[in-house]
Structure formats: C-alpha cells, structure tokens
Design a protein around this ligand. Structure first.
Ligand code: FES
Length: 138
C-alpha cells in the first residue's frame, strides 16, 4: 500500500467511524428522554382502607396516579413520582431508598439521584397527614 492509498483508505475509515459514533450518540439521546413526565396530582389515601394497609408499617408503600407513597418512619410519609427519570421503569422503596430495578438507579427520600444512570431527580410531592388521611399534591 503506497502513501496515497493509505491516506485515502484511512480517511474513509475515519469518516465511517465518525458516522457510527454519531449514530450511537443520537440513539443514547433518544433513550435518555424516554422517561414520562411526572404527573401533577391531588388525591387522598385513606389509611384504614385495605388497599393502603401497607402504609401503616414503616417500609410499606403504595402506587397511585403515577406516584409512589412510602412510609419512611412512624407517621412519616414521602411521595415521589414513580417513573425513573432514566427510562421510566417503576421504582420501589426499600431500606430508606427508592430503587429502580432496570439499571440500578437509586434515589434518596427527597428524590435526589444517589446512584446509577438517572439524569435528574424524581418529583417530590407534598404529603399532608391528617388523622387516617393522607393528601398527596403537587
Ligand atoms: S430506567 Fe434505567 S435506572 Fe431506572
């Protein structure tokens, strides 16, 4: 292979490599934005209802209207959007953390990312506890 042929061949390879890299980056951008928008909600949960009974135990949680509501301590509740901000998988609560089963994303009780690929925090909702009722709004 002479010098001209080498330069022409390596130039073609470089251009095709750049096209592959650009296509890869574009596909990554599309997956990063696939998480659904966090909903705007205003609903009540009756703590005496059997559907919400897990909220009477520390560590228990329920899903409602796109929101995960967890009991993080006695009479202390947190409500976050349930869809992981990476690709939209549903998070679950365990051991003081909201965890995504898909790629290891983790969030603290304020919704802030503590591990994994999520690009942004979970939306946090206001929880008002009044007797046997929780109001979740935001
Ligand atoms: S969807 Fe990828 S970490 Fe949650």
């Amino acid at each position: 292979m002479d010098r001209k042929e080498f330069l022409r061949t390596s130039g073609i390879l470089s251009l095709s490599s750049m096209a592959v890299i650009a296509a890869f980056i574009e596909s990554c951008k599309k997956t990063e934005s696939s998480a659904p928008q966090a909903p705007t909600v205003n609903f009540n949960l009756d703590l005496t209802a059997s559907a919400n009974s897990s909220l009477n135990s520390v560590g228990g949680y329920v899903y409602n209207s796109g929101v995960i509501v967890a009991c993080i301590a006695t009479n202390s509740y947190v409500a976050l959007s349930q869809a992981c901000t990476h690709q939209g998988c549903t998070v679950a609560y365990a051991s003081g953390s909201f965890n995504c089963p898909c790629h290891g994303g983790r969030y603290d009780t304020n919704g802030n990312v503590t591990a994994g690929p999520p690009p942004s925090p979970l939306k946090k909702y206001t929880v008002t506890h009044n007797g046997n009722n929780l109001n979740i709004a935001g």
